[in-house]
Design a protein around this ligand. Structure first.
Ligand SMILES: NC(=O)c1ccc[n+]([C@@H]2O[C@H](COP(=O)([O-])OP(=O)(O)OC[C@H]3O[C@@H](n4cnc5c(N)ncnc54)[C@H](OP(=O)(O)O)[C@@H]3O)[C@@H](O)[C@H]2O)c1
Ligand SMILES: [Zn+2]
Ligand SMILES: [Zn+2]
Length: 343
């Protein structure tokens, strides 16, 4: 085993501690983690943590390769890489064969809180100085992308990228993004770069200026009945990134005939009135993470468009502050931890 330092959960708080990484398998690379984004899923994970299995959050990171296994040909020591929220899959099921490792029939191995397919250990995430990952699930970081601002592309980014692509978002389409946080602001940037006409559905109009800077046209204020009414049946695609259980009816009302609401934020049980789908033949879908080909395509797209997240970078010692502020919605639009303070 190898030893590194990470931020491990104890009763909902994170403590800096030595953690173990596996010795490299033949197709593994070791990555010095430089930057890791703070996702709302990390908050959910910390709140739900029962202490039975270890928890080191963090599943969108960038860094540099420090060692490669004997069968690795795609990476060399010194390469800049990016890793997201999936680090392995069965590789043989129909989903994996189709390049949708995120939907692996055996369930993909998650970057943290997952079960390693070989040794059964619980995976520990990127709030640490080193990560050991199978080469297939690491991606070359395009040289034009800032490593701190690129880290959130690997979870927040690809989670909205895949549905936007699957729904054919492009010129002539009207897209709404509900919840202007980590996922939401990247959904806006992607949809704008793909040529769509983009609006934001937010709890307040406070961020209207920011929204324009991201390239969106306007804000639909979800608490303002008039604002919502004025945008009825307006959007071909609505990407819903709201992190809590909520009534979908007012959001479905914003979707145009034959349009689609993609619910990627809250992943628990939801109740939908069939009539809210019937009137206008509306569709409801979801998505999560991305397959290997889509993730690579997203990074290429980002490099071509100079597109990264808007980030506030903090030393990892301030992780608790980042989580507290994320919970309060006090972030524009993603915290990224600089792990260099872990040595
Ligand atoms: N499907 C997947 O694989 C996947 C991947 C990553 C994350 N997620 C989930 O996606 C959700 C969003 O993640 P994130 O990192 O983007 O979170 P975030 O940065 O906190 O953004 C969420 C946004 O939703 C809005 N919001 C927050 N609380 C709300 C409430 N109580 N009611 C209505 N709107 C609220 C806020 O936007 P406004 O202020 O504009 O209203 C907020 O900025 C989380 O639940 C996360 O677990 C899913
Ligand atoms: Zn995430
Ligand atoms: Zn599979």
């Amino acid at each position: 085993m190898r030893s590194t330092t990470g931020w491990q959960a104890h009763g909902g708080t994170l403590r800096k501690e030595p953690i173990s990484r596996r010795d490299l398998r033949s197709d593994d690379i070791a990555v010095r983690v430089d930057f890791c984004g703070v996702c709302h899923t990390d908050l959910h994970g910390l709140k739900a943590h029962d202490g039975e299995s270890p928890l080191v959050p963090g599943h969108e990171f960038t860094g540099v390769v420090t060692e490669v296994g004997p069968d690795v040909t795609a990476f060399r020591v010194g390469d800049a890489v990016a890793v997201g929220n999936i680090v392995d899959s069965c590789g043989t099921c129909s989903m994996c064969a189709a390049g949708q490792e995120n939907f692996c029939r055996e369930f993909p191995t998650l970057t943290y809180g997952g079960k390693d397919r070989h040794d059964g250990t619980t995976t520990l995430g990127g709030f640490s100085r080193e990560y050991v990952v199978r080469d297939k699930f690491a991606y070359p970081l395009p040289s034009g992308l800032d490593p701190a601002a690129a880290a959130p592309l690997m979870c927040a980014g690809v989670t909205v990228w895949e549905p936007l692509r699957a729904l054919g978002v492009g010129p002539g389409m009207r897209v709404a993004v509900a919840g202007l946080g980590g996922l939401g602001h990247l959904a806006v940037k992607f949809a704008v770069a793909l040529g769509a006409e983009v609006s934001v559905v937010s709890r307040s109009a406070d961020r209207a200026d920011d929204v324009m800077q991201l390239g969106a046209r306007d804000v639909v204020v979800s608490s303002d009945t008039e604002s919502v009414q004025a945008s009825r049946d307006r959007f071909d695609v609505l990407i819903d990134t709201i992190p809590v259980a909520h009534d979908l009816a007012p959001y479905l009302a914003l979707v145009a005939m034959d349009g689609t609401l993609s619910q990627v934020g809250y992943l628990g049980g939801i109740t939908v009135e069939a009539l809210d789908l019937l009137v206008g033949r509306k569709k409801l879908t979801s998505g999560g993470s991305g397959g290997v080909p889509a993730t690579a395509a997203m990074l290429e797209f980002c490099a071509a468009h100079g597109l990264t997240a808007d980030v506030e970078v903090l030393p990892s010692a301030r992780v608790t502050e980042a989580l507290d502020r994320l919970e309060r919605g006090d972030v524009r639009y993603r915290f990224v931890l600089d792990l260099s303070d872990l040595g």
